[in-house]
Every structure is written in C-alpha cells, then in structure tokens.
Design a protein around this ligand. Structure first.
Ligand code: ADP
Ligand code: MG
Length: 695
C-alpha cells in the first residue's frame, strides 16, 4: 500500500489501466512517473455545469445539452454518416457521426434521452444546429438536468489516449495523494510565503479541478504562476550549472598578442572603434586564462565583428593552435575566406577552406592538412563538423551568425577540439541582437560582449515604406540614384517558403529592370546558382561593373559592398524584423547617405504594418529585436533550430518576461542555501529535454 511514498519516484505503470502499451504512449508525452501525470496540465476548461436548452445553442461554442431521440438514420450523401436528431422542449439539433459501430447504431432508439457535450458547429440544410461526434451518454428522463460535473479540464492528448483516460489517471494520482503519498515541492517555503503562492499540491489541484472558470490568461492564477516560476528557475539553474561545469574544464592558455597581432592592426587601414577595442580586450583576457572562453559577441550588421574574430584567431595561431571558423552559408564563408586571406596570409598564416562542395581527392587533401596541422585556420560551413574532420590542435572555435546554428552544432564543433581534458575556446558571433531577457535565459551559458558602435563615417539609412502600386516611381528613383553614382540592391523575398518561386520572382524583376533601365547593367544572384556563379556576380557588383543587383534573400548575411547605397525590398511585409534589419544592413556601409525602400503589397495586416513602421522609425538593432520578440516570439528570433531550447512547458517568454530578473536573483539563493532542490527542479522540468541531456 502507498503511504508516504514519493510519486516522483513511482513509475506510471503503478496506476490502474497503465500497461506497457499505454506507458509507451505516455512516454511520448514525457510522462514516466506518477508525478509527471500531475504536471500534465489542461490547456483549456469546459463548462459542463449547465445544461443549455437546444434553442439557445450557438454555433462556435462547446456546450452541454440534452434531448430525446426523434430519429436516427444512416445517410450516404457525401460521406456515409449516422444522423441522430434530438429535441428537447425548445428545439431540434442533429448529431452527426462519421465513425460508428453497428451496436452504436442499434442503441440510438427513438424516445431515449441523451446528454451530449460537443462543439456546436454549423447548421445542416434541414435547419437547426449540428454537432459532429459529440461526447454522449444515455440518461433517463428523470435524470434530466441533474448534472454532476462542473468545470472539466481538457488535456493535450496523444493517439490512442483520450480525455477520459487522462482524467482517470489524474484522478488516481490525486487519490494516492489523499492516501498519504507525496509529491516533491521544489520551491523553498520562503518563496511561497513571500509571494503568497499555494503549495504544489494545492496548485495542481486547482489547475486540474478548478472551482471557477479560470481567466483566459491562466498565468493570472497564482497556482499557475508558481509553476511558471518553478520552470524558469529550473531553466536558469540548469544553464548556470552548465556554465560553471564548463568553467571547470581546462583550455589552452594563449600568449598575449605579439608581433603578428601588431602587424595585422597596422595593415588594416583603419583604426578600431572603441567598442572593437573593448571587446578584443575582453576576449584576449579570456583566452589568456586556462578556462575555456564561451563568449557571445553581439554587434549590429556592419559593426565590424570580423576584425575582432581575426584578432582572436591570430592570438590562438601565434600560440601554436589551430582555429576553426564556421559560417552558415557558403557565400558568407567565402567572404570570410577572402578577408582572412587578405589579413592573415601576409603574416605567414595558412588559411584553409572547407565546404560541402569539396569532395573526393580535394576533400581528402584538405582534411589531411587539417589533421596534420598544416592549416592554421579553417574557414567553412557545417562541413567543418563532419565526423571525418579532425584537427591536430584546435584551440579556438569561432561561429558566425550563431542564431542559424543549434546548440548541438556548436557543441559538436567544440568537441572536435577536446584533447585529453583540454577544451577549445569558443567565440560565437551574431548580428541579430538578442533582447536582454532572452539573452539571460537562452544564452546563460555564454558570457556576453557587445559592439554597440558602428565604424565612423557611416550615415544612418533612411527608410521609406511604399505600396507596390508605386513601383514606377521607385524605378525612377533607382534611375536617378545610379546616375548619381550609387549602386542598388533589389531584393526579392521568399514566396511561401518556395525557393523556386523566389528565384522566378527574381528573374522577373531582373527582366523588368533591364527593360525599364536598359542604360544600366543589372545582375542577378539567387539561391539556385552555383557558388562560383554567385561569387562571380557579386564580384562584378563589387567592381561596379554592375549597377543594379537583383537578389533573393541569399544576400542577407555578410555581403559587403560599401558603394551600394540604395536598397529596394519587394514584399517587405512578408519578412520578419530581424531579417529586414539584416538586409538593410547591406546598405549604409559607405560614406554616402543611404536609403532603403520597403515595397509592400496592400492590404497590410496590422502586424505587418507595425513591423514596417518600426523599420522606418529606427535602425537600432536592439530596439528592433525587442519589438521582434514581442511580435513573433523568441523561437522565431533565435531561429528554428534554436527554438527547441526555448520550448517551455508552462512559461512564456514574453508574457513572463517580468519574472526573469527575479528568478535570476533567487537562483543564487537556492544554489547557496538549498542546493538539494537544484537537481529535483532540473529533473522535473528539464529531464526530458534533448538539449539538456546532451550537454
Ligand atoms: P559585421 O559585424 O556585420 O560582420 P564586418 O566585420 O563585415 O561587419 O565589417 C563591415 C565592414 O566594416 C567591413 O568592410 C570592415 O572591413 C569594415 N570595418 C570594420 N571595422 C572598421 C573600423 N573600425 N573602421 C572602418 N571600417 C571598419
Ligand atoms: Mg559578419
């Protein structure tokens, strides 16, 4: 018998009705212990306390109603279905079943009473409301109106496990609690007292069996709030464990930047900005210690992160280590390759390049060089973290445009450098500024460096928002611009996720511009072109042989043509803020005042309108990121792959943002005073998360 047993430790199979098969299914919902069942929370509630007269049923509502069977028939119009017509004293309603058994059909006898619950959806041709597949039970006429149920919780379910099964499991778990079983309350009681929050069992009970209909925003309930807090706390503790765990690892200690570093700076042809100098100092302090650096470098597009990366690379190479630089696209990797060749080869550093197109002999020779330590720095794409790539002495990993890569990829590349117990230093760079709250949680395992200053001589880009119907005027503007010696980007955006369509649109735009502006040279780059072709076109644009470059969103990252000072983005309303900001960052890199024209197709949704307005109002990447998070959520902001990292069970990044600082503060207390809670918390909320399991 159960008495003072921890439900956290009891396998779910101890409940009635849970055999191996059901347990398998529950596992898909991450339910393995009896306590897990209690944390499987409803996502909405149905009011079954009140029998609604049939005449008062309104389409679009889930309601409880009762009626006498007037007629039951099988019809073959469209799909074979069973129709059951009910009436109470006020009106008629039709129940429609597409799936039904013979015995079910036989029970639907005229004159019997049914109590039903379902979504009143549409009106059948015969008139009256219709409900498809309601829940129903037979009642006697005397039982009419005698409703026992009140509010009923509705649970996320999985194939083969329905609402009823869940309700039964949850009920069993609460019965065990009544009989003296326990479930671990992972919050310090001082926290509960301070916030006037209910205990864990009280909270769970209220959420599964509410007395009153909860508010539409369930986070207003303190029962729910404490769970949100718990999850955020668990998340934070886990990340800080990760961070302190990683700090215990050892890394190679690099020497202070020497002669090569000085020569590099001298040859640059410009002075570093104050922000670049500060960040370089932060990094060099890190890599001159023997704890692995884990640093996130944030800086707006064009803020000059590449120079910072190069400086760190030289320090590593000077100390006898190899460096890997990973970029998300070949175009970007190639651009880095060029920069690094220009900067580092004169210093006698060998720069290697490895991307997906390298095959066979070429691939082998490149990977041989890497393994034998003949290459000092390797620049490439995802190809860098294939199993076959091994380094002789990898000391520094640099990842550009981090938001494109998942945590896994970051760790995979890091692991390549693990030699004995030595871990490589890691520098992660992103041009997508991350709002502070998001950075606090999502990147708590990384230290943060920010370049908050653009190189001198840049003039902010002015942005205008113009409907597509005025395209002719925009083309005139391009004409004037090119006459004034400007170069122009014309960007075609993604059409319904289809790269082919996007390329088509770009081809059409190219034809249009060529025919309307025959006096200028117009080129085209798109994602379907081979890397060499793309590179050639980009080079023509850089050399100013091309005046106008039509591009799909492939130019989003990294392309650097300072003379381009006018950008037109077609269908700008389709893009998110982060992407618009990235694109716009391609202009405003030279000395001339730059313009960006956001062309949109009317009518604009409110959300799109808001996005385009923000773009017009500000060029501050951090402000844009803040707004982007509000409009689209953190998952989108961090990139799809990264989003898994942010998938909370009860918390919501935006809704609960104001709790995050408190959590961060309290986490310290818990670590200090109640360390025994840490593992329980992490286990409860994060045990099943792949990302955490792998770290
Ligand atoms: P991002 O941060 O977007 O990666 P880049 O590193 O590509 O930016 O730098 C953008 C451009 O600015 C490059 O042409 C780079 O050489 C130049 N640049 C970087 N730092 C400075 C500086 N301090 N002064 C002038 N130009 C700079
Ligand atoms: Mg860059």
């Amino acid at each position: 018998m159960v008495d003072s047993t921890w439900l956290d430790d009891l396998p779910i199979t101890q409940l009635k009705g849970v055999g191996e098969k059901v347990a398998e299914k529950l596992k898909r919902l991450n339910i393995t212990s009896i306590a897990d069942v209690l944390f499987h929370l409803p996502f909405r509630y149905e009011d079954r306390s009140n029998v609604v007269p049939i005449c008062a049923l309104a389409a679009g509502q889930s309601c409880l109603f009762e009626g006498r069977i007037e007629l039951s028939e099988i019809v073959f119009r469209g799909r074979r279905s069973m129709l059951v017509r009910l009436s109470d004293d006020t009106g008629f309603i039709t129940l429609r079943f597409f799936h039904f058994s013979n015995s079910q059909k036989q029970t639907m006898l005229r004159g019997k009473w049914l109590r039903c619950f379902g979504d009143v959806k549409s009106y059948s041709k015969a008139g009256g409301a219709e409900v498809v597949h309601p829940e129903y039970q037979f009642i006697t006429e005397q039982q009419r109106g005698q409703v026992e149920e009140g509010l009923v919780a509705v649970y996320p379910v999985t194939k083969g496990l329905n609402q009823t099964s869940f309700r039964k499991l949850i009920k069993q778990a609460f019965v065990l609690l009544q009989q003296g079983a326990l479930v671990r309350d992972c919050l310090p009681s001082s926290t509960l007292v301070k916030n006037q929050w209910p205990t864990l069992v009280e909270s769970l009970f209220e959420l599964h069996y509410p007395q009153r209909m909860p508010p539409p925003d369930v986070s207003e309930l303190s029962a729910f709030k404490r769970l949100i807090y718990e999850e955020l706390l668990a998340n934070h503790l886990s990340l800080s464990q990760l961070k302190s765990g990683a700090k215990k690892n050892r890394a190679p200690r690099f020497d202070k930047g020497g002669k090569k570093h000085r020569l590099f700076l001298q040859a640059l042809g410009f002075d570093l900005t104050g922000a670049q100098q500060r960040v370089i100092k932060e990094i060099s302090t890190d890599i001159q210690t023997n704890a692995p650096m884990q640093r996130l470098l944030q800086g707006d597009v064009g803020s000059g992160k590449t120079v910072v990366a190069a400086s760190a690379a030289i320090t590593a190479i000077d100390s006898g280590y190899q460096v890997a630089l990973m970029a998300p696209t070949e175009l970007l990797a190639e651009q880095h390759l060029k920069n690094f060749q220009t900067w580092l080869q004169p210093l006698g550093i060998t720069v290697e390049y490895l991307v997906g197109k390298h095959k066979g002999k070429v691939y082998r020779s490149i990977t041989d060089d890497i393994r034998e330590g003949k290459s000092d720095i390797v620049i490439g794409t995802q190809a860098l973290f294939q199993d076959k790539v091994t380094f002789r002495k990898l000391g520094l990993v640099i990842i550009d445009e981090q938001h494109r890569f998942g945590v896994h990829q970051r760790l995979a590349l890091r692991d390549k450098g693990v030699a004995g117990n030595l871990f490589p230093h890691q520098l992660v760079m992103t041009a997508t500024p991350i709002p502070r709250t998001l950075a606090l949680l999502g990147y708590a395992d990384l230290d943060l460096s920010i370049i908050d200053e653009l190189p001198p001589g840049r003039t902010p880009v002015t942005t205008s928002v113009i409907p597509l119907s005025k395209r002719a005027q925009v083309i005139e503007r391009i004409q004037q611009g090119v006459k004034d010696g400007r170069q122009v980007y014309w960007v075609c955006t993604l059409i319904e996720e289809s790269e082919t369509l996007q390329c088509q649109a770009a081809e059409e735009a190219t034809e249009l511009l060529k025919s309307q502006l025959p006096e200028f040279n117009t080129g085209l780059v798109h994602g379907r072109m081979k890397a060499e072709e793309k590179q050639a076109v980009m080079q023509h644009f850089k050399d100013q042989t091309l005046h106008i470059l039509v591009a799909t969103t492939v130019i989003e990252v990294g392309v650097d043509v300072p003379n381009a000072s006018l950008m037109v983005i077609e269908n700008a309303e389709r893009l998110g803020l982060a992407q618009l900001h990235q694109l716009r960052g391609r202009v405003g890199r030279g000395l001339r005042e730059s313009h960006c024209v956001l062309l949109y197709k009317s009518p604009l949704s409110d959300n799109a309108n808001e996005r385009l307005s923000i773009m017009r109002e500000t060029t501050d990447g951090f402000k844009i990121a803040e707004k982007d998070m509000q409009l689209r959520g953190p998952g989108e902001l961090l990139g799809k792959r990264q989003a898994g990292f942010m998938r909370f069970k009860v918390a919501d990044f935006i809704r609960d943002a104001d709790m995050i600082e408190q959590v961060q503060h309290d986490a310290e207390d818990v670590l200090q005073n109640e360390p025994e809670l840490v593992n329980s918390l992490i286990h409860r909320w994060l045990a099943n998360s792949v990302e955490y399991a792998q770290i």
